[in-house]
Design a protein around this ligand. Sequence first.
Ligand code: GAL
Length: 372
Amino acid sequence: MKKYLSILLALVMMFSLAAMTPAVVSAEEQQTVGIAMPTKSLERWNRDGTYLKDEFEAEGFKVELTYSDNDVPQQNNDIDNLIASEVDLLIVAAIDGEALNRTLGDAKEAGIPVIAYDRLIMNTDAISYYVSFDNYTVGKLQGEYVVEALGLEEAEDVVYNIEFTAGDPADNNARFFFNGAFDTLEPYIESGILNVVSGQTEFEQVATAAWSTDTALARMQNILASFYSDGTVLDVALCSNDSTALGVAQAITSDYAGDNAPIITGQDGDIANLRNIVDGIQTMTVYKNVANQAVVTLELGKLILAGEEPAEDFVDGLPIEVAYDTETYDNGTGIIPSYLLVPTTITADNLEELVETGLYEWEDDYLVSTAE
Ligand code: GAL
């Protein structure tokens, strides 16, 4: 009897070990994932690229990762090279969502499935799936923070002055961020409780090419000089992300004469902006756990690479809150099935939540990334 038990135990151990380790495949059988990130100059994409590469390699896939310096021709060239190297899956965070349809048409021709990563890619039927965050909610959280912080719901006989700084017009996300915030605040603009002193309320007026910190800085300096140099108080600078918030904060620090600290919003939890939140310069950021975004992309990619059709609810088994959406993201050729993670509001009061992700740690009074 003892002999049979030891054989049974050995068999159980063998199968459970096999289940834990990724299947060892020959170099010929090993599948390759091509990952195209927009730039290293915007902090978050360095993390996205690292997390994605680590996740797929840990599962036994070969990874080719490119960064294209926010240069659109360069990104087309980089993706062309990934197609030429016959990758089995493409994961693309577009610099310009309107500028990849020829290149990704070649990917479709070559039978390479494409996941649009974080930013929707437009006017091409080569996109199989979209993995991002609920981008409208990112903006809504920024607007809701302002409503809450100023008590706008109860406000009477008071006027707060606000300026908007949106993102890159080439980035499909940017309009979702702006609309989420503007739709939340528009009732208060219409009632006169919020006043956009510069009058700049259209996306095209407040957009920031390439999400550039310097461009956001120069534009806010111009607004301050034109509309606030007479002592007009600025109560809110609503910025769609942290790289633009950094520029706006620099402009306010150097050129704003008021003795109040305007509310400044952001997105991404960039290290410099987290410092500004600790120092009371920036008021909030909308945090998106891109490590989780990489896990969702990995699980989706594995199903695609196995030739399977991901079930709508395949994300339900993940320890990550993800919504399956087939209504919001039409890329011009039809709705792209989307997996949307959930953003969260971070202020000086809940920075510990970032530490709890394991992706940040305290270094004296400030947070640094554990990945560095
Ligand atoms: C957006 C992205 C944001 C924002 C911006 C700059 O598409 O979703 O996280 O920071 O690009 O990278």
